[in-house]
Write a protein that binds this ligand. Structure first.
Ligand code: AMP
Length: 279
């Protein structure tokens, strides 16, 4: 496994793959890897000859500096996991390489970035598309894998890839969960024991919504909100029920697949969960 820290070294490595006629699958991450990330790696391996992983805690997608500073990091452990999984190339770029001096270029999906979670976290998705477009350019992969856990992010990246005609297939990978149902996240380690237990309310509320007989946007929303509000340690931050691909508003009885995007805070830690529900 090659570990590179500059764009030039990355290009040398990917150039060698490409001249050998090999395809490249990319998995962008912010590190502190867990089984969710490794599922993306496994998917990339099944779709391409070589797998490249990037580890980059992207400053432009964090609203508050404190959230960026407290983001967990463990490069040595990450590299061990990636080596064990048979990854070919890891790019760990420097902030000054990704955002060179005098940088003034942004990439933004103008509608999708500023609705739903984007309203709660202004600028977040602009930061995501700006960095992913750059990572796509550094690595020039044939396929790239993203988790359905960050559902709006996945749809935004699909739209950006189409709009900018990146010749890259975007693959969405279902959420990997802990045994008790909590969606795996690098942020979970920041939860204290009580909040870790309380956070199960996220997946439980989605189970309750999915089990409803007569599904309407209102019945889904009420079921989820009531379940979350019954947990005193949870502060509901976002509950959106939208058309699964366009993220357009939905109302009334469910007639098309709907994506439920849920976020809540537990002791200052923002957690996400998501489910696509069919009528
Ligand atoms: P992050 O390091 O949090 O930026 O995540 C990197 C990628 O892993 C993103 O595409 C996430 O959607 C994906 N991911 C994170 N957690 C999970 C999970 N529990 N299951 C599947 N994919 C995940």
């Amino acid at each position: 496994m090659q570990v590179v820290r500059t764009i030039a070294d990355c290009r040398t490595a990917t150039g060698a793959f490409r001249s050998a006629g090999e395809t490249i699958g990319l998995v962008p991450t912010m590190g502190f890897l867990h089984a969710g990330h490794m599922e993306l790696v496994a998917t990339a391996k099944s779709k391409a000859d070589r797998v490249a992983v990037t580890i980059f805690v992207n400053p432009t997608q964090f609203g508050e500096a404190s959230d960026l500073d407290s983001y967990p990091r463990d490069e040595e452990r990450d590299l061990e996991m990636l080596r064990a999984a048979g990854v070919d190339l890891v790019l760990i770029p420097d902030v000054s390489d990704v955002y060179p001096d005098g940088d003034e270029t942004i990439v933004e999906t103008t509608r999708m970035a500023n609705i739903l979670h984007g309203e709660v976290r202004p600028g977040h998705f602009r930061g995501v598309t700006t960095v992913v477009a750059r990572l796509f350019n550094f690595v020039q992969p044939d396929v790239a894998c993203f988790g359905e856990k960050d559902y709006q992010q996945l749809q935004i990246i699909k739209r950006m890839t189409r709009d900018l005609a990146f010749p890259i297939e975007i693959i969405g990978v279902p959420i990997v969960r802990e045994n008790d149902g909590l969606a795996m996240s690098s942020r979970n380690v920041r939860l204290n024991a009580e909040d870790r237990q309380a956070a199960l309310v996220l997946s439980r509320s989605l189970d309750a919504a999915e089990a409803l007989k007569n599904k309407s946007v209102d019945s889904l929303r009420d079921t989820i909100a009531n379940t979350i509000h019954a947990e005193p340690r949870a502060t509901l931050r976002g509950l959106d029920i939208v058309q699964a691909e366009s993220l357009a508003d939905l109302a009334g009885p469910l007639t098309t697949p709907a994506a439920i995007m849920l976020s809540a805070e537990f002791g200052g830690v923002l957690l996400l969960d998501q489910r696509v529900i069919t009528p």
